[in-house]
Design a protein around this ligand. Structure first.
Ligand SMILES: [Zn+2]
Length: 570
């Protein structure tokens, strides 16, 4: 791939005195940008360093970086060393680079397959192929036994949309079958799209996330919760769900997670169709019924049984954190927090003979990018007025647990945390004219991002797949939930010198072939020139926030704004 050297890049290369470097390997703020940020010495960002760290973290030796494994030991040691080499201070107030995250790991064995009985008819479903289930109970066994099955539509109770799938139906002790995603209600004036007044139209809200379905079912006392998997609405194919059969982790809670349903799980679409057929119902007809406010849960007249045995272990996993102290004594106890999750899926079921889930893109790449941003903060002149925390969290893949732990038990108060900037994966396909903002319009951070992007001659674009709910699928979401404005970007769509559909094509390729698969490895065609620009972009955003006169805020109407106002005593 060849790239034109733009005047901006040419300036950067000359100014940095590294004319031997290929164009696009280095980018820097232009003169106007320097004036806007007050930066007198702009640090460099390097694709070679970025790749080198990804090579280490995603090597087979690191065994896919599962919490509690040799992979964790190696990763934590590596990150501490990198932080030290950069001259960053320990991020924890106890003088270490570590925040312990107490986890319980549960592996289930299926002892009784899902069996439904209706009248004299009995039907069983194949474990893993048709049913994927687990328990979060910290107990030796968990089961549903002849539990009444109820189809509960989307399993959503959303007062702000005047929507309640449960009505007055008591599902205590029962097993609910629910659909994934938000209710997909067509717009009455244009049925080709979704009603923008309900569940934000095409965009997924938290009500559409599978984690929400299990939380809401548990609030209502359901014994079992089974989500019907559909690739489109879920955002990923069934094998991703089957991946949940590996050991699963949770934060250790005082009630041993007995507040959760005994059995949580998924049905493949075919299994769900067959199950409903046995009950004399048609899946498509029920799904259609579920698209109205008038929907009421449908008792299926069947009992469901399923049992699992668990093996458990508790372990202290670790968040790894380092800080750069702010230059202004009056502001240095205020923070901008960068996050990236270091964990991935470890060693699992082999695919094409490969059992190591290397997670090169997810998220060795994000960790490496964050270290590149951290390096920039150690080099930039003048230093930022406020402090910067670099937080590498654990157990993201297990349900954002490391970031949940940090935001529930923060090292530095969240009311003095101005913003979270999260990195999960990087753009590995070259430079783009734009940058995608997940959840665009959420907070003032978008304005900072816009200015920084303009400095690079780039533009912002909204998430092209808001229906997949990416805003709820990485660590910044835990900061948002607690009220801290959080920024999360993704690769742009307009790749320089590539056809218009290139970005979408590449993204679909990755989702279908490599996402959460052993083949998430460094590929020969990777081009990290775009990732380097994105690193600079996020550095500039954090730098500006750290020097800003006022705290960034959620935009009016945002679902997290009230929490922040309350936290800040407004
Ligand atoms: Zn990730």
């Amino acid at each position: 791939m060849t790239r034109m050297m733009t005047p901006l890049l040419l300036w950067a290369v000359l100014a940095a005195g590294c004319s031997a470097e290929p164009a696009g390997q280095r980018a820097a703020a232009d003169g106007a940008g320097r004036a806007a940020t007050g930066i007198t010495s702009m640090p460099g960002f390097d694709a070679g360093r970025l790749l080198q760290r990804i090579e280490v973290l995603s090597s087979d030796e690191f065994e896919g970086r599962a919490p509690g494994t040799k992979g964790e030991e190696l990763t934590v040691t590596y990150l501490e060393e990198e932080f030290r080499k950069l001259g960053l201070q320990p991020g924890n107030t106890d003088g270490t680079y570590i925040q312990n995250v107490p986890l319980v790991g549960i592996t289930v064995t299926n002892t009784q397959p899902l069996t439904v009985t209706s009248g004299g008819r009995k039907e069983s479903f194949k474990w893993a192929d048709e049913v994927v289930a687990w328990t979060k109970h910290v107990a030796e066994t968990a089961a549903i036994r002849d539990s009444d099955l109820i189809f509960a539509g989307y399993g959503v109770t959303a007062p702000e949309f005047d929507w309640d799938d449960f009505k007055d139906v008591d599902v205590k002790g029962k097993t609910i079958v629910v659909l994934v995603n938000d209710p997909q209600v067509p717009d009455p004036s244009d049925p080709s799209r979704l009603d923008p007044k309900l569940f934000n139209g095409e965009a997924m809200t938290y009500y559409g996330r599978w984690t929400y379905k299990f939380e809401e079912g548990a609030r209502r006392g359901a014994a079992g919760i089974l989500i019907v998997h559909e690739t489109g609405p879920a955002g990923y194919p069934f094998p991703v769900v089957q991946g949940f059969l590996r050991e699963r982790f949770d934060l250790v809670t005082p009630d041993k997670n007995m507040g959760r349903a005994a059995i949580e799980g998924w049905l493949s679409l075919d299994a769900a169709r067959r199950l409903l057929q046995v009950a004399g119902h048609d899946f498509d007809a029920l799904k259609k019924q579920a698209l109205t406010r008038e929907f009421r849960p449908v008792p299926l007249g069947m009992g469901a049984s399923l049992a699992v045995r668990t093996s458990m272990r508790t372990l202290d996993s670790r968040n790894v954190l380092a800080k750069l102290e702010g230059a202004d004594p009056k502001l240095r106890d205020e923070y901008v927090v960068y996050t990236a999750h270091w964990d991935h899926l470890g060693v699992g079921a082999p695919v094409n003979g490969d059992a190591i889930y290397n997670g090169a893109l997810d998220n060795a790449s994000g960790v490496s990018k964050l270290l590149e941003i951290a390096r920039a903060f150690t080099e930039v002149q003048p230093r930022p007025r406020r402090s910067i925390l670099f937080l590498m969290v654990t157990a993201e893949e297990q349900g954002l647990l490391g970031s949940q732990h940090y935001t529930v038990s923060p090292v530095y108060p969240l009311e003095r945390t101005l913003a979270n900037i999260n990195v999960d994966t990087v753009n590995q396909w070259g430079r783009t004219k734009d940058v995608t903002v997940i959840g665009m319009g959420a907070s003032d951070l978008d304005d900072y991002l816009q200015e920084a992007a303009a400095q690079q001659g780039r533009t912002l674009r909204p998430d092209p797949e808001p229906e997949k709910g990416f805003y709820y699928r990485s660590d910044h979401f835990n900061f948002a939930k607690q009220g801290v404005p959080a920024l999360y970007i993704d690769s742009g769509e307009e790749f320089i010198g590539k056809p218009a559909e290139y970005g979408r094509q590449k993204r679909d390729e990755y989702t279908n072939n490599d996402y959460h698969a052993p083949s998430d490895e460094i590929k020969p065609d990777w081009d990290l020139s775009g990732a380097v620009e994105d690193a600079e972009l996020l550095f500039l955003v954090g730098y500006r926030v750290a020097n800003a006169e006022r705290y960034p805020e959620w935009k009016p109407g945002n679902e997290f704004r009230a929490t922040r106002e309350k936290m800040l005593g407004r």
